[in-house]
Design a protein around this ligand. Sequence first.
Ligand code: PGA
Length: 240
Amino acid sequence: MANWKMNLSIKESLELAKKVKQTIKNNHNTIVLCPDFLALPFIGPILKGSSLYLGAQDSAAFNLGAYTGEVAATNLKSLGVKYAIIGHSERRLNLHEEAPLINQKIKIALETKLIPVLCLGESWQDKKAGVTKKYLQTELRQALKNIKIKTASDLIIAYEPVWAISTNKQAKPMSPVEAEAIHIFLKQEAKKILHQDVAVIYGGSVKADNAASFLSQKNIAGLLVGGASLKAEEFAAIFK
Ligand code: PGA
């Protein structure tokens, strides 16, 4: 999954989508592009006929109604969006999103048949304090409270340790072996809640030169890529 965040102009987003499309011949992976909302209606038609999917970077916690500034899941769906990133650490940090809101967003996304990609990850302080698992367990339980899914592929979890995200000043890459252990933990915890084996993907400073080391771990089902997804060649090197 490519998370372009709010990095690009609409024009740059369209150019990047076209370039990525040119690089994906004979691809067997699921590749999802998540541009900003305003680029979505233009990028949908570009991706038509390719094996690329469209994702959104958020989705509202409400159905259509009087919610100024929000973006409805049903409208995303009508633009051909299949996935919605929910609870990204930048939204938690900058917009103070917390578990109850994230939980509601997941509910609405599922009702609308969007696949929520629930992001969660510990801060550096949590890690230093040795409370990573406790934090993740609490977050997961709150975010998935009363959530029911029919099949494992209805929901994805993205494990993104906040301290490993490339835009953090002191970002340090996580070791793939350490990431694998957390993926196993998250899969087990999610199974207790959802009774399904959902996929857990990794995000945080994934680049062309370390992607394979994460993907070679048995329980890392995919990658959520920020900075390195902004260059078509580097992103292509990751999914190839
Ligand atoms: P990064 O971002 O790949 O630039 O670390 C990942 C993310 O924030 O989703």
